[in-house]
Design a protein. Structure first.
Length: 669
């Protein structure tokens, strides 16, 4: 008979998979692309907006003339980063990605820095992508406005449930909308180019408006202009997020893993570059104007449009212009854009749990994150990511404008350190390589990684300088907190290992105790008490006694009389408690027994009810829990619970198997 909890779990998560079926979850390239590249591909839906919004601070003229050079600069960085990461996946295919590269070549501190940066970036990826998707949906569906936070949290929960079913299942579900998004954007670009060539491309809805500069930005000096361009570039560099996910996810690919991962990287880079440049070109050709403060910055006949003006995204305005006369095209683009923005979070849902598992294996995060769930996914990592991202969405009110400022710092920290690590990797191998052809190949690869390191480092400096006061500082603070936290976890695990290690030839800890003193705690005479006495007797201790605490003298006398009347063959001792305490007298008595000989062992048997309902826990076992929590800290004392199953506990074990309870218990979040 399948319990309701197990039935719900099976519907939501699916049947548990055997460990030897792990190979069935591996991804071919056609599924790996939507699983690991949806974040980078989806950036075309918001990176152009961020570039134009930043440039628009100085007015429409700057946005029109400089959006193209800024986009080309972003594309140049993407080309170099993709080429660099193709070297990474071949050299380090184990799935550690940037963390493994930095740890191996630059040391554990560098690896810890990369890990902190990536964990923060993955959480932000989910928060930004989901919030952006909800905002796009709210533009099309008025009933969503004002409920963006709730919708975002619900979507995160849905993605969590999908990913708990396993990597392959989530990849299959997300492949169709991802490919539809790619095809729709590329088709829109093709139609737009044709209409531009034939002179039939209409203007965007905002083309007739004038974009005024923000107050104080009317006349920019050379330095201020350069700073604004750098800020626009750093905002557009959000298009590079997600590149590292493939490097971290190499183990999820089918064999040959490195080759398939490198090919997927190349496909992702080519499609992303094409879509980004197409969107920037179409935005310029159609005269799209967007502003950070549209009500005041956008003017119609010299007058601000006011709060009643509804500003649509670059993607929406371009689609409306390109597919003028074909409303179905606009609807398709709107739907698949919203979907891809939501599904972009899936990149983090695949990258974060894998990285968390590796960090847990290395003793930097709780060990539970290294355990696979029923569907062979790292369920605890998925749940942890969902909780962190959901919290951010609630804190920042699902605002992309506020969240995007925290974004991309972490990814460029990992880019830079991993590429520096790769340069040292090739230096180390060149020192021992004798084959001339292989040396030339290594020199070429080192050059690619060196250029990648220089370019990533430059972008990182630009991002920090231009975004620190706008929110990047909070992301850096979160990285610092994670760095300290993981360092503390590592030290704890190291101390525990050292304390538990058994030196060679050490036999002291194998010695049997000289005597075993068994104590059965008694509050009243009932079935659990008699079972505890029987169990204690079965262990044949050196000495066995029952102990009660005298908090009510008359009740204690009645208990002793009943004990004697029943002829229970174990002496009952009453501990005096003038202040009506229960825990302290028992602990003091146990300590007094051991003071005579440190090799003596005391075993305390505590009868305990097993309850079936959560609310019953508050009514029972409180004294037992307090006693256990105190006694387990006493050296030479063992505490043994003797369970007695009440009628309400029948079938409770099956009820424990909720939708993700099995996964969580298996790893123990």
């Amino acid at each position: 008979m399948v319990s309701s909890g197990r039935l719900i779990k099976r519907v939501l998560v699916g049947r548990a998979m055997r460990s030897d079926h792990l190979g069935e979850t591996l991804l071919p390239k056609r599924l790996a692309l939507p699983v690991f590249a949806s974040d980078a591909l989806s950036s075309v839906a918001y990176a152009p907006d961020e570039i134009l919004l930043t440039l628009g601070l100085a007015g429409g003229a700057l946005a029109m003339t400089h959006s193209w050079p800024v986009a080309l600069a972003v594309v140049a960085v993407m080309v170099v980063v993709v080429a660099s990461y193709r070297q990474n996946v071949h050299a380090y295919p184990s799935g550690g990605g940037d963390y493994e590269i930095a740890s191996t070549n630059l040391g554990p501190r560098a690896g810890l820095t990369v890990a902190s940066a990536l964990l923060v970036d993955y959480v932000l990826t989910v928060a930004v992508s989901i919030s952006s998707g909800v905002q796009n949906a709210a533009a099309a569906f008025a009933w969503l406005r004002g409920h963006e936070v709730l919708a975002a949290v619900v979507l995160i929960a849905a993605l969590t449930a999908m990913n708990l079913r396993g990597v392959r299942e989530s990849g299959t579900a997300f492949a169709v909308p991802t490919y539809l998004f790619m095809l729709s954007v590329l088709a829109m670009a093709l139609v737009g180019i044709v209409r531009r060539t034939t002179g039939t491309l209409p203007s965007a809805e905002s083309a007739s408006l004038t974009l005024a500069p923000e107050p104080g930005m009317e006349q920019l000096g050379t330095l201020a202009m350069a700073f604004l361009l750098l800020r626009a570039f750093s905002s557009g560099a959000a298009a590079l997020t997600g590149v590292e996910a493939i490097s971290n996810g190499v183990p999820a690919f089918r064999k040959p893993k490195s080759k398939n991962a490198a090919t997927t990287l190349l496909l992702m880079g080519a499609v992303s570059v094409t879509m980004l440049l197409s969107m920037i070109a179409l935005a310029r050709w159609t005269g799209v104007k967007i502003a950070d403060d549209p009500a005041q910055q956008l003017l119609r006949d010299g007058v601000p449009v006011g709060d009643g003006y509804e500003q649509h995204t670059v993607m929406a305005q371009v689609a409306t212009a390109v597919f003028d006369g074909f409303p179905a095209g606009v609807v398709i683009v709107s739907i698949v854009t919203g979907l891809i923005l939501v599904l972009a979070a899936n990149t983090a849902f695949n990258g974060f749990p894998v990285l968390g598992s590796i960090l847990a294996r290395d003793g930097l995060l709780p060990r539970q994150l290294h355990t696979r769930g029923d569907r062979l996914a790292f369920s605890n990592g998925i749940i942890l990511l969902a909780g962190a991202a959901g919290s951010l969405v609630i804190i920042f009110d699902a605002s992309v404008t506020r969240l995007i400022q925290l974004y991309i710092v972490g990814v460029f920290v990992s880019f830079t350190l991993s590429q520096i690590g790769m340069v040292r990797h090739w230096n180390r191998h060149l020192a021992v390589e004798k084959d001339r052809a292989e040396q030339r190949a290594m020199l070429r690869r080192r050059a690619i990684n060196a250029v990648g390191a220089a370019m990533s480092g430059t972008v990182l400096v630009v991002v920090i300088l231009t975004k620190f006061m706008h929110g990047a500082g909070f992301a850096m603070a979160a990285m610092a907190v994670l760095f300290v936290l993981m360092s503390a976890i590592s030290r704890h695990y190291q101390h525990v290992r050292e304390e538990l290690a058994v030196p060679e030839g050490d036999t002291k800890h194998q010695l049997l105790p000289s005597r075993v003193h068994a104590i059965v705690l008694v509050s009243t005479i009932h079935r659990p008490t008699l079972r505890a006495v029987a169990y204690a007797s079965a262990t044949r201790p050196s000495r066995l006694e029952a102990v009660t605490v005298d908090v009510d003298h008359e009740a204690t006398k009645a208990l002793q009389a009943e004990w004697d009347r029943r002829g229970i063959p174990v002496p009952l001792k009453a501990l005096d408690s003038p202040y009506r305490e229960i825990t302290r007298p028992v602990v003091d008595y146990v300590k007094s027994i051991r003071s005579g000989n440190p090799r003596d062992l005391v075993v305390v048997y505590i009868p305990q009810y097993v309850l079936g309902h959560w609310w019953e826990q508050a009514l029972h076992n409180q004294s037992a829990l307090r006693l256990r929590s105190r006694l387990i800290f006493t050296p030479g004392v063992m505490v043994s619970s003797v369970p007695w199953q009440l009628a309400s506990s029948e079938g409770a074990e099956d009820k424990m198997d909720g939708p993700v309870a099995g996964d969580v218990r298996r790893g123990g979040l």
